[in-house]
Design a protein around this ligand. Structure first.
Ligand SMILES: [Zn+2]
Length: 374
């Protein structure tokens, strides 16, 4: 059997590494960024554009797709790849985070989670086995187990219970997953916030069950940066080197750079796409809020160092005008740029690790971003 993950280069100045995740729909070179396509589409872009920007994998949300259009529809259309007509790898989030953050009346028991649909209030009960079945039915390349997510800050006693439930569910998910042979991968999600004894327990228990990859959940939601980075460092030494690590939902490039140095391989976040639609654009010289009056007659592109379609063709003045007029093309052009900024930096990150110069690359990019443009 081919290994589902191989480390291809190791940077010696820290723990950054490049690797390759093998999936039925192709390889993912890591460190990788998965644009979010919760409903089966990266908002404002066509798949063709997303592919050309260099996305190797997109993230869909099992919870959203389970509610609408429903599994029967997707199965009748040949599974998620055929239904949305995306040929590259797809990762599905279990929807745990959405259940706890979007839905009212959530009740967690050892058996599963009961909640009301955020759409029409319908009562739904999901066991971890159901969440495996849902993702099996979607036919994604990488499936995530159902975890028990708590907001930050949460009392340690509650977090302890959440870790216990998360492990119990992870074990049941794995058992369900093993019932039928599949080329799909199943990844575990650890909890425990920045309480290291709980996080360690959570990771160790997942390791004992055995997953294709290990995600760190419930981070990047307000905990102090220092404690977060310390948690990543310690987690790095706990997870075997030959297993991929995924930091869920963390999106600021500054944090991503630090996390990669601490051995993280995979990221996803709505930040580049959502912010683009809100007119906040990332660049190699910091953030640009395009609605600002000072860009009204600014003939420069968003980022003089950027080679994306938006920057090659359009001025800040024009992009500001489109945003102000609420034109659809505003969301499209801003998203093209923001995703290019992320995916291009991930290309450069992989290159710098292969050249064993990651720390220098990180230092330069962080300095640039801090400089800020007038
Ligand atoms: Zn650009």
């Amino acid at each position: 059997m081919r290994k589902s993950f191989t480390v291809t280069a190791q940077d010696t100045s820290g723990n950054a590494r490049t690797g390759r995740i093998r999936t039925p729909h192709g390889d993912i070179e890591t460190p990788a960024f998965a644009p979010v396509a919760s409903q089966g589409t990266v908002k404002a872009l066509l798949h063709d554009q997303v592919e050309k920007l260099g996305a190797q994998v997109i993230l869909v949300n099992a919870y959203h797709l389970f509610l609408r259009p429903g599994l029967e529809t997707i199965a009748a259309c040949g599974g998620i790849h055929d239904f949305i007509s995306w040929t590259r790898p797809i990762l599905s989030d279990s929807g745990g985070f959405q259940i706890y953050s979007l839905t009212p009346l959530v009740k967690v028991t050892q058996e599963g989670v009961r909640f009301s649909s955020h759409l029409d209030g319908t009562k739904i009960f999901l066991r971890p086995e159901d969440v495996v079945d849902i993702q099996r039915s979607l036919g994604t390349d990488i499936a995530m187990v159902l975890d028990y997510f708590l907001p930050f800050p949460s009392a340690k006693a509650r977090m302890k219970e959440a870790v216990k439930t998360t492990t119990f569910w992870a074990r049941r998910s794995k058992e369900r997953f093993l019932e039928k042979p599949t080329r799909q991968q199943l990844w575990g999600i650890s909890q425990g916030s920045v309480f290291w004894d709980l996080r360690r327990q959570s990771i160790e228990e997942l390791l004992a069950i055995g997953f294709d990859g290990y995600a760190l959940g419930g981070l990047g939601i307000g905990e102090p940066k220092g404690e977060l980075m310390e948690t990543l460092e310690k987690a790095d030494s706990l997870v075997p080197r030959d297993k991929p690590r995924y930091l869920m939902g963390m999106g600021y490039i500054e944090d991503i750079l630090e996390a990669i140095e601490r051995g993280i391989d995979l990221f996803d976040c709505v930040l580049p796409t959502r912010n683009a639609r809100n007119g906040t654009i990332f660049s190699s010289r910091g953030k640009i809020v395009i609605k600002n009056q000072k860009y009204a007659r600014d003939e420069r592109p968003i980022d003089e160092n950027c080679s994306c379609y938006t920057c090659r063709h359009f001025s800040r003045a024009y992009l500001r005008h489109l945003y102000e007029r609420e034109e659809i093309s505003s969301a499209v052009l801003n998203t093209i740029h923001n995703l290019h900024f992320y995916l291009d930096n991930f290309r450069k990150i992989r290159q710098s690790i292969a050249l064993n110069s990651y720390r220098e690359f990180k230092r330069q990019l962080l300095n640039q971003i801090k400089e800020r443009e007038p």
